[in-house]
Design a binder for this molecule. Sequence first.
Ligand code: PLP
Length: 387
Amino acid sequence: MIYLDHAATTSVLPCAFEAMKPWLDGSMIGNPSSIHSVGKQASVAIEDARAKVARLINASPEEVIFTSGGTEADNLAIMGMYSYLLRQKNPGVLISEIEHHAVLNFKNYLPINGVRTATIPVNPDGVVSLDFIDTVMRNLNDRYDFVSVMLANNETGVIQPIREIYELCYEYNILLHTDAVQAVGHMPVDVNALGVDFLSLSGHKFGAPHGVGALYVRRGVMSALSGRNRGGGQERGKRAGTENIAAIVGLGAAAEWTAEHISLDILFYQCLKDVFVETLHTELGEEVKINGSGQILPNILNITIPGVQSEALLLMMDADDVCISAASACSAGSPKPSHVLTAMGISEEDANCTVRISFGRTNKCEEVIDAAKLLAKNVKRIRKMYH
Ligand code: PLP
């Protein structure tokens, strides 16, 4: 099997697995809230993981809140600031058109709960419009209080100009959240260089298990954030519920490994992507239409093959034991064409002929070449069948 869907989920790193094992096989126990020594060792393990995650994104440990993943981190950033928003005069939130649904769904939810929303468009390159943000922020009659723009898109991999958005937010005193779920592990992420107030990350995208993630909250903003769960005072009251220690320890180990290896990983992913594109181009005998331009994550490739329905292509690739994706995994199965691609001005027809190939550290160069050859073979078969 050749797995080229690492942006959906990548494999657990051996070091993360080893770190988690004692918390799963019974050799380590303890509830971090217990004050006896066994509880203490659990809380020490969590604080060690917190320090490692903080180091990966250049934050302080007390600015990291563990969550059940990217979706919960996104929800906590927005809903956790809901009370703050309601205290503002005519509150408003700006959300980009290409967000993951964990953020995008607030576009409709917030207005029925007293908060205006506006959508930031993207240009055909897949980059949010800074001009739009600038114009909207200049209009002081309809001011916004909170902006959410992802650091890198999950379908195209296009990296967004978060630092530039921060500079505008700073000028107008607006809070900034970025969903960095796809970015962490695939590009350097530094909360201070970016200037963000909130940043979401998810373990299963960079070598930790599913069901664990974190929300970074800038120190000066933390007191304004309300926890969404009602319960105990875990995570300093911001996320009640007994911590998933094994997964958190795994997240810490993956973060430590990533911090050490990211430079080489980036080169490796880019090399795999280049080899794939080159092989596909040679085998197909035509240019490959890559969606998105400018700065793109090295591990994500989004291509349109006109006239070749992605669903048919995916099934044929699956029959050949190659896993790729038609859209982001979270929206797969939905009959609608990708909101990200249509926002970029790509026609519905072309959006339905688009696949995402995403590379990971377990891939080998030879299998990537084989996958590109199989993709070209299946494209030719489909074209023969339907044209
Ligand atoms: N944000 C982005 C950009 C994603 O790609 C995903 C998952 O694919 C999520 C959020 C949701 O993260 P999780 O699966 O950890 O809930």
